[in-house]
Unconditional design. Sequence first.
Length: 311
Amino acid sequence: MANKAIFLDRDDTLVEDPGYMNHPDQLKLLDGIPETLSALKSMGYKLVIVSNQSAVARGIVTEEVLGEIHKRLEQMLAEKGASLDRIYYCPYHPEGVIAKYRRQSEYRKPNPGMLLAASRDMDIDLKESWMVGNGPDDIEAGARAGCRTIMVDSRAHEHNIRPGARAPDYRAVNMAEVVNIVRKMKASSAQSRPVTAAEQQEQLSSQETQQQPESHQEAPIAAEKQTKTDQLLGSILEQLKSMQRANMFGEFSTSRLIAGIIQGLVFFCVLVSIWFLTSPARQFNSVLISLGFAILLQLMALSFYMMRGPK
């Protein structure tokens, strides 16, 4: 019986993308990736990275260093209890500066060459497999190979999505949602076909395991996560209410009230100076006195406003 696989893009899907990665020290797993990979593997899928690595053709990294990066990746996953089954990469690019790698290639996504090679090497049924990535080339390669596709949406790459690009079968906000999509579709497929004797035995074993007191059941975990989420949202709401109350009462401080009264007196002094100017018997001394009071009062108002500022 043929295997089924989850084909995974590498950069910005499993690990952070620093640009053209050229040293193992730049490698950093995205949050939750080891747990995600373990969950996918527990569903019976082979995990295969398929990655365009034009940095080789561009002379930024050698294949030897790229191999070290991938060994480091496997080591980091192993430390978290996760693993990959195989890594495929395409070092070619038609605009490369290294002559050996400067060419078109069927292995470079959006071409499906890496997926087809994995299918031959690992006896993979592509129709039962998935391609997961964050770019249109990932989706195109998966569709051409006959896989179902999931786009992991990334705001950083929205501008790279070409008009008319092939739409993915599903979209996910992160890799945790990818697990949920695959699990749901797997369950749906299982319900639409007869259950074999081997699968019945597997289900019975699974049920017995779930009945053991120390087993890790999904329902309690999901309920616990929901409770924690509700508590977090509640605390955020209370904090916002507290800040709103503080701002509301802060608006009516004594210093602000005094500053407002003084501001009114400033306006009155300005009106008086205008009245003196328009009077037939103009008294410039009176005008200057009125303006002087206006300036003095204005400075006092500004002082009170500054006194009420945040400490």
